[in-house]
Design a protein around this ligand. Structure first.
Ligand code: HAM
Length: 432
């Protein structure tokens, strides 16, 4: 039998308890915000039929061409894929369960996504998104709402190095007009295109503009601009989104080169970028995708959404030195002797009933060792239970974070005393 340790798969990371505190903080802050705007939770499977992503994201995209974890179902030979993003699954679920019959839906989900990319800082093979999809809304107000909601989330998280870039891709006809002009331009410069771009020239020319190859930058820079082909309704829609953002004092810059890496978008597209994370600057991205519901077999319905990259936001919290409120336990219960152990169990459950967080010492040891553990746990109080306390049905309450004497108190007094002190000292982040 070999005993070589088994490590995690490349590009798929563990989140250890200390970082876990930041993840918890991010999730509860973002979720609180989503609830404030009336978004409701939806959870989709991690595995979907491959066809769903091919049809939604587009055949000639990096994700579908080279990044999907696709495998064959052993029993029936179906082609299945670990989800690389959540929009396609969310729309599929909404259609499968007729959610749109009840009217427009504001939905959110969170969880892991999988893309077989070259792992580097901020780019992983398993990463996490919080995604938002507003299905069935056609007006510019919802585009503005999802963006303004992002701005509120950044404030709530204490982040400041995030800026917004916006663009509009117009309607499908505008895209077709632009596409024709772009193809003609790229054909004229065919010799200067790299292999990827040559392949995309006819299949998905807009993606050529997204090339990260430095040698392609001049061609990209000089390419015709989409603005000249845009249709009036899309321009008016875009104007209205911008006006709403100005009213809400959310700053932005227009980036006519912003095209996004997934094919389902039309009209408004946006990215939130930071200058603090090097090449992986996009912490959140999204836009409108009015054609997807119909494309996936539903009655036509407009839609708009975004997804934020949790790993990148966690890295940004660290880069911006945001203090993460940690949740320390209220009490750590130490005990010695059989009767004390029995009583300690009852005390713990009683205090938890009263919403305190309580760690019961497990594993025995002298009071001295147990109290050392109590101190290391970060708890505000040790609750000391010996045979005497157990007999008197009382507990010793020993403050651990201030120089005060141990008191003998009734169990029912503990919660009041601890909560009172917690309130006075603002010891918690107020999230429970
Ligand atoms: P996306 O731009 O592919 O859009 O991903 C959204 C965000 O997920 C990115 O801005 C980035 O923060 C994060 N992300 C993407 N790939 C990785 C990776 N390999 N490692 C770490 N983070 C990553 C979508 O996924 C769309 N479904 C967004 C959307 C929702 N549009 C409309 N609704």
């Amino acid at each position: 039998m070999t005993t070589t340790p088994i490590s995690a798969v490349r590009g798929m990371n563990d989140v250890l308890p200390e970082a876990g505190e930041a993840w918890d903080f991010l999730e509860r802050t973002v979720l609180r915000c989503l609830r404030q705007y009336g978004y409701r939770p939806i959870r989709m499977p991690l595995v979907e039929r491959t066809e769903l992503f091919v049809r939604s994201i587009g055949e000639v995209t990096d994700i579908v061409e080279k990044e999907m974890y696709t495998f064959t179902d052993r029993l029936n030979g179906d082609s299945l894929t670990l989800r690389p993003e959540g929009t396609a699954s969310c729309v599929r679920a909404a259609l499968e369960h007729n959610l749109l019959y009840a009217g427009p839906q504001r939905l959110y989900y969170l969880g892991p996504m999988f893309r077989h990319e070259r792992p580097q800082k901020g780019r992983y093979r398993q990463f996490h998104q919080v995604g938002v999809e507003a299905l069935g809304f056609s007006g510019p107000d919802i585009d503005a709402e999802v963006i303004i909601m992002c701005a509120r989330m950044w404030r709530a998280l204490g982040l400041s190095d995030v800026s917004l870039e916006l663009n509009t891709l117009g309607d499908p006809q505008a895209r077709a007009r632009y596409r024709a002009r772009l193809v003609a331009y790229l054909e004229r410069h065919c010799n200067a295109l790299d292999e990827d771009s040559k392949r995309r020239l006819h299949a998905n020319p807009l993606r050529v503009l997204d090339s990260k190859n430095p040698a392609m930058q001049e061609i990209v820079e000089r390419a015709p601009r989409m603005a000249d082909d845009l249709d009036e309704p899309s321009l008016a829609h875009f104007e209205a989104v911008q006006a709403a953002l100005r009213r809400a004092q959310v700053g932005f810059t227009i980036n006519p080169r912003l095209v996004r890496g997934l094919d389902y978008y039309n009209r408004t597209v946006f990215e939130w970028l930071t200058g603090k994370l090097g090449a992986q600057a996009a912490v959140c991205a999204g836009g409108r995708y009015d054609g997807l519901v119909e494309h996936l077999g539903g009655k036509p319905a407009p839609a708009c959404g975004f997804a934020m990259g949790v790993e990148r936001l966690i890295a940004l919290l660290e880069a911006e030195r945001v203090t993460i409120p940690t949740r320390v336990p209220d009490c750590y219960v130490v005990h010695q002797g059989d009767a004390a152990a029995d009583f300690a169990w009852q005390v713990c459950e009683r205090l938890r009933e009263q919403t305190l967080s309580v760690i019961l010492h497990c594993g025995g040891g002298s009071f001295k060792t147990q109290l050392r553990k109590a101190d290391a746990s970060g708890a505000r109080y040790a609750i000391v239970i010996g045979e005497d306390e157990a007999r008197a049905a009382k507990v010793g309450l020993k403050p651990l974070r201030e120089a005060a004497a141990q008191m003998l108190v009734d169990v029912d007094e503990v919660a009041d005393l601890v909560v009172g002190v917690r309130r006075l000292s603002g010891a918690h982040d107020g999230s429970r």
